[in-house]
Design a protein around this ligand. Structure first.
Ligand code: SAM
Ligand code: SF4
Length: 339
C-alpha cells in the first residue's frame, strides 16, 4: 500500500480493493459465545475466548463509526449469538444513531421475545433468524440445546414489534433436515417472511458429522421447493453469494446462499470483523488485520484505525476456494468468523 493510494481513498471516502470492488457492507461479530451448539457451526464442547481478548462494546462502536465514515452503508451484527452479549443493547442503540442505510442483525431468535421491541426502537431495520427445523426433536438435535418454541415465539415477537423485513436462514443437511425444506417454505409463507437456504460451509472441524456426507446443494434444495412451488428468479442484488426467487402466489422471497455451487466472489462487497477484532477480508481465506491492536494502542484517536482499514483493502483476496469433499479448509468456526 502506498501513501498516495491512502490519500486517494481517503479523499473519496470509499473502500475499494485491488479488484475494483467497493466494500460497503460490514459484518461485526459481537461475541463468539452462544446459547446453542449447532452441529454445523460448533463442536459439542467449545472453548470460548477469554473476555479480555474480546472487543469491548465501545471498541466495536468505534469500528462501526469509522466504517460508516469510510462510506459503508450496511452493518450487520452477528456472532456467536449477538443477543447473549451482556449490554449488547448499548451497542445497538449507538449504531442506530449512525444513520446507516441498512442496519441488521443475524440471531438464532432465542432471546427475541425479550429484545425484539428494544431492537426496533433502537433503529435496527431488519432481522435474519436462523431456523433449520420445525420439529422440536430435530431442532434440538441440530442445535443441541435449542428450544423451537422459544425461537417461534421470538419470530412472532419480532413481527409484533413491527419488523417488516424478517428473513429466515436454514442450513440444509442431507439426512438431517432435507425432508423439511417445503415445510420451512410453508412456515415462511404463512408468516410472510423471506427465507434463505444456505449450503453448509467447511468452517472449523465439527464433531457431529463429515461435511461431505451431509452436503446438500442449493440446486437440490431448489428442486425440492419447485415440486411444490414453481420459482421465478428476481433481481435482488446483495453483492453476496445469494440468488433470489419468488413464488406466484406469495410475497415471501426465497434465497439460496451457495458458496460452493455458485461463486459470486466477483461482486463481493463485504468484510467481517471477528469478536476479537480481526478484520477478515474474505469468509473463505485467512487474510486479516488485527484491528484490536490498533484500537488499544490508540484509545483516543480513530485516525490510525481508519488508516489500517483503508490499507487492509489491498489484502482482500479475489475469491474463496471452498470444496465439498469434507476437508476442513478454514480452521476457524463460523461462530468465530461472524456468519
Ligand atoms: N447465532 C446467530 C444465528 O445462528 O443466526 C448468528 C451467528 S451464525 C454463525 C450466522 C449464520 O451462519 C446462521 O444462519 C448459521 O446457520 C450459519 N452457519 C453457521 N455455521 C455454518 C456453516 N458451517 N455453513 C453454513 N452456514 C453456517
Ligand atoms: Fe450459535 Fe448461530 Fe452457531 Fe447456531 S449457528 S451455534 S445459533 S452461532
Amino acid at each position: 500500500m502506498t501513501n498516495s493510494s491512502i490519500v486517494v481513498n481517503q479523499a473519496s471516502q470509499r473502500l475499494v480493493d485491488r479488484f475494483g470492488r467497493r466494500v460497503s457492507y460490514v459484518r461485526l461479530s459481537v461475541t463468539d459465545r452462544c446459547d446453542f451448539r449447532c452441529v454445523y457451526c460448533m463442536t459439542e464442547k467449545m472453548t470460548f475466548l477469554p473476555r479480555e481478548q474480546v472487543l469491548s462494546l465501545e471498541e466495536i462502536g468505534r469500528i462501526a463509526s469509522v466504517f460508516k465514515d469510510l462510506g459503508v452503508e450496511k452493518i450487520r451484527l452477528t456472532g456467536g449469538e449477538p443477543l447473549v452479549r451482556r449490554d449488547v443493547m448499548a451497542l445497538v442503540d449507538y449504531i442506530g444513531t449512525l444513520g446507516l442505510k441498512d442496519f441488521t442483525m443475524t440471531t438464532n431468535g432465542s432471546q427475541l421475545p425479550r429484545f425484539a421491541k428494544g431492537l426496533k426502537a433502537a433503529g435496527l431495520h431488519r432481522l435474519n433468524v436462523s431456523l433449520d427445523s420445525l420439529d422440536a426433536d430435530k431442532f434440538k438435535r441440530i442445535t443441541r440445546t435449542g428450544d423451537i418454541e422459544k425461537v417461534i415465539a421470538g419470530i412472532d415477537a419480532a413481527k409484533a414489534a413491527g419488523f417488516k423485513k424478517i428473513k429466515l436462514n436454514a442450513v440444509i443437511m442431507r439426512g438431517r433436515n432435507d425432508d423439511e425444506v417445503v415445510s420451512l417454505v410453508n412456515f415462511a409463507r404463512q408468516r410472510q417472511l423471506d427465507i434463505s437456504f444456505i449450503e453448509e460451509m467447511p468452517l472449523g472441524e465439527v464433531s457431529d458429522h463429515g461435511r461431505d456426507e451431509t452436503f446438500c446443494s442449493s440446486d437440490e434444495v431448489k428442486a425440492l421447493i419447485e415440486s411444490a412451488y414453481p420459482l421465478t428468479p428476481i433481481s435482488h442484488e446483495t453483492g453476496g453469494p445469494s440468488r433470489y426467487y419468488r413464488m406466484s402466489d406469495s410475497h415471501s422471497r426465497i434465497g439460496f446462499i451457495s458458496p460452493h455451487s455458485h461463486n459470486f466472489c466477483g461482486d463481493c462487497n463485504r468484510v467481517r470483523v471477528t469478536a476479537e477484532g480481526r478484520l477478515l477480508l474474505c469468509l473463505g481465506n485467512e487474510h486479516s488485520v488485527d484491528l484490536r491492536a490498533v484500537l488499544r494502542q490508540y484509545p483516543n484517536s480513530n485516525q490510525p484505525l481508519r488508516e489500517a482499514i483503508i490499507a487492509a483493502m489491498d489484502l482482500k483476496p479475489e475469491k474463496h476456494h471452498f470444496t465439498t469433499d469434507g476437508d476442513v479448509q478454514i480452521v476457524r468456526f463460523m461462530n468465530m468468523t461472524g456468519g
